[in-house]
Design a binder for this molecule. Structure first.
Ligand code: PRT
Ligand code: ZN
Length: 211
């Protein structure tokens, strides 16, 4: 019997809840912070601990059969994977935000402005869908919220959960681009594997017990 592999975030906002849901499924494994792989002792499964950005492609390419990652990351990478189950944690919204003193009220008024983001693919698609083609999308990998203060951009497109980061940087949310939460994804066709079905059933009953 082939041992399945599931990729989860090594450290960061999704790590703890990902480990928790797998443990609540009755899976027994060591959660070493230093190792990349951990074997489950009571189920034919190995856990790969990765950076979240790498998870969709690992699953698309079949290096991992399953993965737990935010929808924002899946959409940004454009990976061809199957959505198996929303997991109810890691909830956030990708939003466009502008400085508090900005007079912008309509998406069309972004025309000609520069927007800093770590999500260029999702943002470009949103701008296209809203027929605002002439926007400079500036891709930066972190601390996007300081862009307007530094004069790097007129607006930002970033993940918001409480809104505290926007507030402390003098920014206000202006438009909602996408909602996201952690999801279980699978390599195409993996949902027909009996062990995957068993695992999905356990995950669903863990989620149901939480309701
Ligand atoms: O190291 P690795 O690459 O694995 O992790 P990472 O640093 O890229 O990601 P991480 O751990 O920060 O986030 C993992 C996932 O959690 C994201 O892809 C989202 O799906 C989800 N998530 C949920 C969030 C947030 N909430 C969130 N608040 N991801 C990021 N943030 C950041 C946001 O970028 C901003 O800087 O938190 C700040 C805003 O938070 P508030 O509460 O001030 O609004
Ligand atoms: Zn990341």
């Amino acid at each position: 019997m082939k041992t399945l592999k599931i990729a989860i975030q090594k450290s960061g906002r999704l790590n703890e809840k990902s480990v928790e849901i797998l443990k609540n499924c009755g899976l027994s494994f060591e959660n070493y912070k230093s190792s990349l792989i951990s074997s489950v002792t009571n189920f034919p499964l190995e856990i790969l601990f990765l950076r979240d950005d790498d998870i969709p492609e690992y699953v698309q390419d079949g290096i991992a059969d399953l993965g737990i990652v935010g929808e924002n990351v899946i959409t940004e990478t454009g990976a061809d994977v199957t959505y198996l189950q929303k997991l109810g944690f890691g909830k956030c919204t990708l939003k466009i935000a502008v400085p508090n003193n900005s007079n912008i009220t309509k998406i069309s008024e972004l025309e000609g402005l520069a927007i800093a983001t770590s999500y260029p693919v999702i943002l470009e698609k949103f701008l296209q869908q809203n027929a605002v083609p002439n926007v400079q999308v500036r891709t930066i990998s972190g601390s996007v919220e300081i862009g307007p203060g530094l004069g790097l951009s007129d607006a930002i497109c970033d993940i918001v959960s409480t809104g505290g980061t926007l507030k402390s940087n003098g920014l206000k949310p202006f438009a909602e681009v996408m909602k996201s939460e952690a999801v279980l994804i699978g390599n195409k066709g993996t949902e027909f594997n009996p062990e995957v079905q068993e695992l999905m059933q356990r995950i669903r009953s863990v989620l149901r017990a939480k309701e």
